[in-house]
Design a protein around this ligand. Structure first.
Ligand SMILES: CC(C)(COP(=O)(O)OP(=O)(O)OC[C@H]1O[C@@H](n2cnc3c(N)ncnc32)[C@H](O)[C@@H]1OP(=O)(O)O)[C@@H](O)C(=O)NCCC(=O)NCCS
Length: 383
């Protein structure tokens, strides 16, 4: 199988809901990271064969194949196509997998993979709520097959996160301690300039807006519970955010012909699924499957990025996989930094790659929980 190389990776800062990126059009956010990755890599944009972008809630500014619109809004050659994909929160990680598969199969030599989401302008689950006048309250309950299999119970990430906390015996305080660590690590990374190389500032937005200075366990414990929840508060959930991120993936041929300097190779890609009602547990079987398929153990992995959709997701994964938590989300995660859903996959990968370089590590593993009970796993080898 041919190698797929990651030539470069870049992201916008992650903006808070209503913050510095909230008025930016999603196509402009995506265009910004595409231009940055092309400029930084030195690759010829005319030789890009496809642009694969993850995005959820593809309505309004995100409708009509946002991948294509981002590329065109970047002023790049019209003959390069684009395709938008939706694997929920893992959409841009999946875009990397599709791009890598295209290169590994020998059908493409240069592909841009990324994602974008403006959750300030297009709130999460908007694609469902706008369809209510058409008679659809959710994507499941009208399906005979779905109802026969799963009934009419609530399907939501909040319910899933709470069910996970109950099954893995995680208290509110366990989750708050984890959330505090996420903020502390993200702030340390910002203060030490660890994100500087991976961020392409957007206008006057220079840095991530989510991490909270001065948050404490005491403050978190005083927050009200989310509606209908016995354990979850805003502090233990990922933040609603805006942002874009992308990577450039190349074949050996493109690397040689264009004199590119790849930063990593894609060592392993896979995706697995689990119970769609628990929804957020799949990183557990997906990590086991990926390690087994790659013939590796977790000890061989130098840095892990697992998306902090909710604290319970990572803590349940920790209980099952027993990793060294110093190597897991060493620069914080979505609880502190935010989770612009379509963009988070390549945001995590951008950060993973920079951290591997910072610590001189060899292998990095990324996994994320996704709607439908799914999870992608990517293992990168730093070059
Ligand atoms: C959990 C959620 C509903 C909370 O929404 P929200 O109530 O609007 O959240 P906010 O961030 O405004 O926080 C609410 C309050 O808690 C406070 N707060 C939140 N985290 C805090 C922390 N770590 N420390 C101190 N205070 C905190 C905020 O300051 C805010 O108080 P304020 O209104 O006085 O400013 C929202 O973030 C969410 O939907 N997250 C999940 C997104 C998602 O599902 N993504 C997909 C993953 S599967």
């Amino acid at each position: 199988m041919a190698e797929a190389y990651i030539v470069d990776a870049v992201r916008t800062p992650v903006g808070k809901r209503g913050g510095g990126l909230s008025t930016a059009h999603s196509a402009d956010l995506g265009a910004h990271v595409i231009k940055a990755v092309m400029d930084r890599s030195g690759a010829d944009p005319a030789t890009v064969e496809d642009v694969i972008f993850g995005c959820c809630d593809t309505i309004g500014s995100q409708a009509g194949d946002i991948a294509r619109t981002c590329w065109l809004a970047a002023g790049l050659p019209e003959h390069v196509p684009g395709v938008t994909i939706d694997r929920q929160c893992g959409s841009s990680q999946q875009s990397v997998h599709f791009a890598a598969q295209a290169v590994m199969s020998g059908t493409s030599d240069l592909v841009v993979a990324g994602g974008v989401q403006n959750m300030s302008q297009i709130p999460i689950s908007s694609a469902m709520t706008v369809a209510e006048p058409l008679g659809f309250t959710d994507p499941f309950s009208g399906s005979q097959g779905w109802v026969e299999r799963y009934g009419t119970q609530e399907v939501s990430q909040f319910r899933g996160a709470e069910m996970i906390a109950d099954r893995w015996d995680l208290s509110r305080e366990d989750m708050e301690r984890f959330a505090l660590t996420s903020h502390e690590r993200a702030l340390r990374a910002m203060d030490e300039g660890r994100f500087d190389g991976e961020i392409a500032p957007y206008g006057d937005v220079l840095a991530d807006e989510g991490p909270r200075r001065g948050t404490t366990l005491e403050k978190m414990s005083s927050l009200p519970l989310l509606e209908g929840s016995k354990k979850l508060t805003a502090a233990v959930a990922s933040q609603i955010s805006d942002g874009a991120s992308c990577v450039l993936i190349a074949s050996e041929k493109a690397v040689k012909e264009q004199g590119l300097s790849p930063r990593a190779r894609v060592h392993h890609i896979s995706v697995r699924a689990d119970d769609p009602i628990f929804m957020l547990t799949a990183p557990i079987p997906a990590t086991r499957f990926a390690l087994e398929k790659a013939g590796m153990t977790l000890d061989q992995i130098d840095v892990v990025e697992i998306n902090e959709a909710f604290a319970s997701v990572v803590l349940a994964w920790e209980k099952e996989l027993r990793p060294d938590m110093e190597k897991v989300n060493p620069n914080g995660g979505a609880i502190a930094l935010g989770h612009p859903i379509g963009a988070t996959g390549t945001r995590l990968m951008t950060t993973l790659l920079a951290e591997l370089e910072r610590v001189g590590g060899r292998y990095g593993l990324q996994t994320m929980c996704e709607g439908g009970g799914q999870a992608n796993v990517t293992i990168l080898e730093r070059l």
